[in-house]
Design a protein around this ligand. Structure first.
Ligand code: AMP
Length: 215
């Protein structure tokens, strides 16, 4: 399945909950790209400037990365894509890739959150350096400041979670990614939930929309 929604919609948080529950891998192109940047790989070097500006890394790069990830094991029983696709050409590329793997897309879950809420969430977001766990300083604070509850790793503010870049990322979302809502709706794959509220409340809506038991 694909999780669709603006930056700050809670895709990463909900993806981790879904994946823990149903035991499939969580594939976040943002996490994969940040790791490539940190490891100074050739792909990371190409992607870094785009990420810093809050613009999209070229489709060819992300498509290649996803095709490789989906074919390297662990995905046979399903997977949750978070942050991919983000453009119509990426969605077309994903369709071809999934056809080759005989792994049709079951759902596209659209987490709908208004811009004011996402701006506020992104500014107070903190990420674990070690395990990518996500926190919000007010709504989902860690027990110890600057330390991850799950693994004790150091928490930091992503460079692109600063105010100037947040605006750019939300503009890019509106122009390049929003068209995917109608794209997937037209294919009958879209399920939409309201993404405003507490993590637990949104989790219940997600489980209900995906017909996962235990909501
Ligand atoms: P995210 O962690 O999903 O917010 O992604 C962080 C940044 O990584 C984005 O602002 C883009 O620069 C880049 N990125 C992540 N996923 C994609 C994608 N599917 N296509 C292009 N760029 C991406």
């Amino acid at each position: 399945m694909v999780l669709l929604g603006p930056p700050g919609a809670g895709k990463g948080t909900q993806a981790k909950i879904i994946c823990d529950r149903i035991g499939v891998p969580h594939i976040s192109t943002g996490d994969l790209l940040r790791k490539s940047v940190a490891d100074r790989t050739p792909l990371g070097e190409k992607a870094e400037a785009y990420i810093k500006k809050g613009t999209l890394v070229p489709d060819g790069i992300t498509l290649e990365m996803i095709a490789e990830r989906l074919s390297t094991g662990g995905c046979a029983d399903g997977f949750v894509l978070d942050g991919f696709p983000r453009t119509v050409p990426q969605a077309e590329g994903l369709k071809d890739c999934l056809e080759r793997l005989h792994a049709p897309l079951d759902y596209v879950l659209f987490i709908n959150v208004p811009r004011g809420t996402t701006t506020q969430r992104l500014g107070s977001r903190r990420t674990c350096k070690a395990c990518d766990a996500l926190y919000h300083l007010v709504f989902n604070p860690p027990a110890r400041p600057d330390r991850c509850d799950s693994c004790g790793g150091e928490l930091f503010q992503r460079e692109d979670d600063r105010q100037e870049t947040i605006t750019a990322r939300l503009d890019v979302y509106g122009r390049q990614t929003m068209p995917l809502v109608n794209y997937y709706r037209a294919q009958g794959l879209l399920r939409e939930i309201d993404g405003v509220g507490k993590v637990e409340e949104i989790k219940d809506r997600v489980f209900q929309a995906l017909e996962i038991e235990g909501s």
